[in-house]
Design a binder for this molecule. Structure first.
Ligand code: PLP
Length: 382
């Protein structure tokens, strides 16, 4: 398969050393060698999560982690406030509904962020909320929610805060313990520079208390079972794990820690700025409210009279650039550029150049020609 310039919001391009690690021979997943690798990955993740709480691994994609978060701390009939401003906020709410929670929603218009004041108001309106669900980075609309502000708004109510950090952890500031986040879910295939296959959750002491009385059904995703099997002299998982993904993360998490978590976050900030400036220089419009535009994915409005499917097809077949369309109701209205994980500035500049050419071929008459110059002008970019 030929190498493409993959700029979708996950899976992301992988560093060569990570790809090599994935090709390693299989080993005994209940043996010491694997136990040590798993232990090292989970310790590294604890640092990236900025938490003292142990991290639990599950072999699943991020949605499995969302299900694990809901089913381990809640019981059928528990009242849940689901904050939503896009497709993934809706998914988190749907999981809670599916398992019998009494879900009330606080929704922001797609393209806008959740206002922490509205969270305070909603928690006054809806009494007895046991948990609040929030998507840190709404990948479907390119919005980074004010997670710290939302955590501040939730704290006085005593509700647990369950966070979908699938497309933010490692790329955006997130302080699990300092901000009082109770369960934080992420996945291997985004800013962590790994392939898909593993999801991870942190569980606060308050959340562990809730686990004791939780009555939602779970088997594969049981927190206590995962915790107990990690705690032995050799750490392992209750079921056969995605060994190759752990090997990959063993390398990628070490790379993140070696360069520094703040440097990894800064890298994403610079990639996002390059993308937004390039988009503006082409005369295109961001979909997200600019003050809360995400550092891992940029959502762009499709210009009038442009067929987004054809645009994406030409980018892929003529230029090897792979971008994403919109999701759900936004399918044709926006396209998305992912810039997370092992993405480099030159990949983005190549994609912006290709975008200018393809749009021009399709008859787009907005501002042209300056995207790459504008994006490349700032010499401080790495
Ligand atoms: C914010 C967010 N939540 C959840 C998911 C679902 O993750 P997965 O596709 O790994 O199940 C995604 C995937 O893009 C996401 O971006």
């Amino acid at each position: 398969m030929s190498e493409m310039n993959l700029l979708i919001p996950g899976p992301t391009p992988l560093p060569p050393a990570v790809r090599e690690a994935m090709a390693s021979a299989m080993i005994n997943h209940r043996g010491e060698e694997f136990g040590e690798a798993l232990h090292t990955v989970l310790n590294g993740l604890q640092q990236i999560y900025r938490t003292a709480a142990p991290i639990l691994p599950f072999t699943a994609s991020g949605s499995g982690g969302l299900e694990a978060a809901v089913t381990n701390v809640l019981s059928p009939g528990d009242r849940v406030l689901a904050l939503s401003c896009g497709h993934f906020g809706q998914r988190f709410a749907a999981v809670a509904t599916m398992f019998g929670a009494d879900v009330v929603k606080e929704e922001a218009e797609w393209g806008s962020a959740i206002d922490p004041q509205r969270v305070t108001d909603a928690l006054r309106r809806h009494r007895g909320v046991k948990a609040v669900l929030v998507t840190h980075n709404e990948t479907s609309t390119g919005i980074a929610n004010d997670l710290q502000g939302i955590a501040d708004a939730v704290r006085p109510s005593g509700a647990l805060l369950l966070v979908d950090a699938v497309s933010s952890l490692g790329a955006m500031d997130l302080r699990t313990d300092a901000w009082g986040l109770d369960v934080v879910v992420t996945a291997s295939q985004k800013a962590l520079m790994g392939p898909p296959g593993m999801t991870f959750v942190s569980v606060s002491p308050r959340a562990w208390e809730a686990v004791k009385t939780s009555r939602m059904p779970k088997h594969y995703f049981s927190f206590p079972q995962a915790r107990d099997q990690l705690a032995g002299t050799v750490a392992y998982t209750p079921f056969t794990p995605a060994i190759s993904v752990i090997f990959a993360l063993h390398v990628s998490v070490a790379m993140i820690l070696a360069s520094g978590i703040d440097a990894h976050i800064d890298h994403h900030r610079r990639l996002a700025r390059t993308t937004r400036e390039g988009i503006a220089a082409l005369g295109l419009e961001l979909f997200a409210q600019p003050s809360r535009a995400s550092d891992t994915v940029t959502a762009v409005r499709v210009p009038q009279n442009i067929d987004s499917k054809e645009m994406l097809r030409r980018l892929r077949t003529q230029h090897g650039v792979v971008l994403s369309g919109g999701q759900g109701p936004l399918e044709k209205a926006i396209f998305r550029i992912g810039h997370m994980g092992y993405v480099q500035q030159d990949q983005l500049l190549a994609a912006l150049t290709a975008l200018r050419l393809v749009l021009s071929e399709l008859g787009y008459s907005g501002k042209k020609g300056t995207a790459v110059r504008a994006a490349a002008r700032d010499p401080s970019r790495g």
